[in-house]
Design a protein around this ligand. Structure first.
Ligand code: GLC
Length: 719
């Protein structure tokens, strides 16, 4: 096929347009859109994004297939990040489930719905590691840890792509954003990243490598510069590492206009130079900037860019179209009946409910306030998110129908044995325009406080639903604070004055510094943004119909001033020690160095006992680890057993702790079991700044337990 293509047609395959006109309406007759329309007919467009629905996709596909010279079909991409129509919890919430099967299934149903809607390619999973809750995009990732992040990346790729990419219900995945986007200075989106190669290799790369090993079809590069070079201009990232060392055979799509933005990074003087840099750096497809379309032909004809680079990029793109079955049948994903029967079906609602239940993290539960009795109580339900059917759909909500989520109020009303008094209390924000509005306004209207306090006074227990709306996390939603916005904190304290029996349900797209709540409120749930079945999942956890099993995939700081704060940090020579009487240690004079809630933290209504940790050497650099786990409480439940190591002395310093294994196990009350882990070179070794992977002799600490801060400890030696 390549040999039949003209240079222009080849470059066309590398050109991706955003949906630029109402395809069911008349074609654009003038201006830039008219030119784009003509380019579709000339075969100068290889892909479009943000065109969805069988009718719309069929229109653009017919135009290209029937009118262009070679009729090479478009690959249609869309951000199906946590669902297409039926919304799963946001990915950070799913990560809190540590349930790889459920996470894979969640991606599977997203692919079912997307593929039934003409979409053959999703711009997911986002696998950016981040330790900075100020960054709004933590909501769409897998948290702070590379081991958990890598497992989740593989599960999501498998969920989207299935076993057969050419099947009508599987779609190409796209691991993004390559690379280190989550390490932006100040947590400010798109900002500069300057980190060591050791951090790149040991923390940033593992989820991407896991996605490549899982067969991901595409990779999306990132907006940020990395150590002086914009990612989309980095042949180190895209050619040396991705296509070279890891042998990636798919294609790299730029993030939105990131090729053109090489100029804005002041790394190129013109778009023509940017095109030259980007193609040489291994960026195969240009999203939405037309920089390739407008410059590559001239660069090749002038000899500045060898045509073989174009050929390589085009082959990679054609290969993915072939793998998807599009070359054989361009209309493969266009079946109106499938669309009608699959998109938003009941089975998917059940699946996202299951995922949502598993994503809830019980942060605190004093006086056994939870679970709530199912009858005979008066519950005051208070807060701006309590009756909110829109925010739980989260950011990157695909084609969800706004306000289609089950609210907490609806969830509680499904338990008629209790009497629910509802009061909104206040707003969390005033949303202006559509949900990708400009910075939202937090209004300070306290007029709803009276009704809320009245309700609390009459109630046996108060459920307060506070936190962030859908557009306070996500892209371009970085924050410089991590507390409750607006007057929510005041509302919480006003209610607390009259009734301290409060369960705080925190809805958020990120860790939040809820220190006052932790000091005063007896029960706290992190409910993230749980998607379409949010209210039922939360109500079922509150009433004990689902025993919470989530564990934090990201550290919750006490204050924003501690950030970046993460568990797998280095020890330094002067680590903070509260017992020492020496001031010359690495602490704060005005606060704690410890997290509010650590990575891996999450409580249950039951209690799990760990016993008899054993390590056995089974080979040169191989060990088997076993531990006894018992459910000694009054509820059946699930526990995420976590294994951490520390390579105590190394040629280049190692973190004080690193997750190297986890197992989520279900135990009935009174039941116990033995759990095994294997440790080998992959778990015990690390990358030097040089990029060399080594396993070194020495003493290792080993912990197995219920979080990164609690567990049984032992040591072992590598000779
Ligand atoms: C956005 C995001 C990227 C997304 C793409 C297409 O700017 O950075 O994650 O997939 O553009 O919407």
């Amino acid at each position: 096929m390549l040999s039949q293509m003209t240079l222009e047609e080849k470059i066309g395959q590398m050109n991706q347009y955003n949906g630029f006109w109402e395809v069911t309406g008349p074609p654009p007759s003038s201006g830039d859109d008219a030119t784009k329309y003509e380019n579709l007919k000339k075969g100068l467009v290889g892909s479009m994004l943000n065109v969805h629905g069988v009718e719309n996709v069929r229109k653009v596909q017919e135009l290209v297939v029937n009118q262009s010279r070679l009729g090479i079909p478009l690959i249609i991409g869309f951000d199906v990040v946590h669902g297409y129509r039926t919304m799963s919890p946001i990915p950070l919430a799913e990560a809190a489930s540590w349930d790889l099967e459920a996470i894979e299934h969640s991606a599977r149903i997203a692919a079912e719905e997307a593929s039934a809607s003409g979409v053959a390619w999703t711009f997911a999973p986002m696998v950016d590691i981040s330790r900075d809750a100020r960054w709004g995009r933590v909501m769409e990732g897998g948290g702070e840890d590379p081991y958990l992040g890598a497992k989740i990346a593989a599960a999501r790729v498998k969920g989207f792509q299935g076993d057969d990419l050419s099947a009508e219900n599987t779609i190409a995945a796209c691991a993004k954003h390559f690379a280190a986007y989550g390490f932006a200075e100040g947590g400010r989106d798109y900002n500069t990243v300057d980190i060591s190669h050791a951090t790149l290799y040991n923390h940033v790369f593992p989820p991407f490598q896991a996605a490549v090993d899982a067969g991901v079809s595409t990779i999306m590069n990132s907006f940020n510069e990395l150590n002086g070079t914009p990612a989309t201009a980095s042949s180190f990232l895209q050619r040396d590492i991705l296509k070279g060392l890891w042998g990636f055979e798919g294609f790299v799509v730029s993030d939105w206009a990131s090729i053109e933005e090489i100029v804005d990074h002041r790394n190129a003087t013109s778009r023509r130079e940017a095109a030259s840099i980007a193609i040489k750096a291994g960026s195969d497809m240009d999203m939405a900037s037309s920089t390739y379309l407008n410059n590559l032909k001239n660069l090749v004809e002038s000899g500045e860019v060898p045509e073989r680079l174009i050929d390589d990029a085009v082959c990679r793109i054609l290969q993915v179209k072939h793998d998807l079955g599009l070359l054989e049948d361009p209309f493969r994903y266009l079946d109106e009946d499938r669309e009608k029967n699959i998109v938003g079906c009941e089975a998917h609602q059940e699946a996202v409910l299951d995922m949502a239940q598993k994503s809830v993290v019980l942060l605190k539960n004093e006086q056994e306030l939870l679970p709530l009795p199912k009858e005979g109580k008066t519950i005051a339900l208070i807060g701006p998110l309590a009756d909110d059917k829109n925010s739980p759909l989260g950011n990157w909500r695909g084609r969800a129908i706004d306000s289609s989520a089950v609210s907490v109020l609806e969830g509680l009303n499904a338990y008629p044995g209790n009497h629910v008094l509802y009061a909104k209390g206040c707003e969390y924000l005033l949303e202006e325009g559509d949900y990708i509005a400009h910075p939202v306004i937090n209004i300070d209207d306290r007029s709803g406080f009276g009704k809320a306090v009245d309700a609390a006074e009459k109630a046996d227990v108060v459920v307060m639903v506070l936190g962030e709306g859908a557009n306070q996390s996500g892209e371009a939603r970085s924050r410089s604070s991590l507390g409750l916005l607006g007057v929510q904190q005041e509302l919480l304290e006003a209610v607390y004055q009259v009734n301290p029996n409060i369960v705080l349900v925190l809805m958020s797209g990120r860790p939040m510094a809820i220190t006052w709540a932790d000091e005063n409120i007896p029960a706290i749930l992190e409910a993230w943004l749980l998607g379409s079945q949010s209210g039922h999942a939360i109500a079922q956890v509150l009433h004990g119909d689902y025993n919470p099993s989530g564990k934090l995939p990201m550290t919750f700081p006490r204050t924003v001033g501690q950030v970046p704060l993460f568990y797998n940090h280095k020890i330094s020579a002067r680590p903070w020690d509260p017992e020492a009487d020496n001031v010359y240690l690495g602490g704060y004079v005005d606060g704690s160095v410890y997290p509010l809630y650590p990575f891996g933290h999450g409580l249950s209504y039951t209690h799990f006992e760990y016993d008899n940790l054993q390590v056995e050497k089974t080979g040169d650099q191989e060990f088997s680890v076993s531990i006894q786990l018992g459910n000694t409480g009054n509820y059946d439940g699930e526990e995420v057993v976590q294994l951490y190591i520390c390579d105590r002395v190394a040629s280049e310093t190692r973190p004080v702790k690193e997750l190297k294994g986890f197992k989520k196990v279900k135990l009935r009350k009174g039941e116990e079991c033995s759990i095994q882990f294997k440790l080998g070179e992959k778990e015990l070794g690390y990358y030097l700044n040089s990029g060399q992977f080594i396993v070194e002799p020495g003493t290792f600490d080993l912990w197995v337990g219920t979080s990164s801060m609690e567990g049984l400890h032992t040591q072992f030696e590598i000779k």
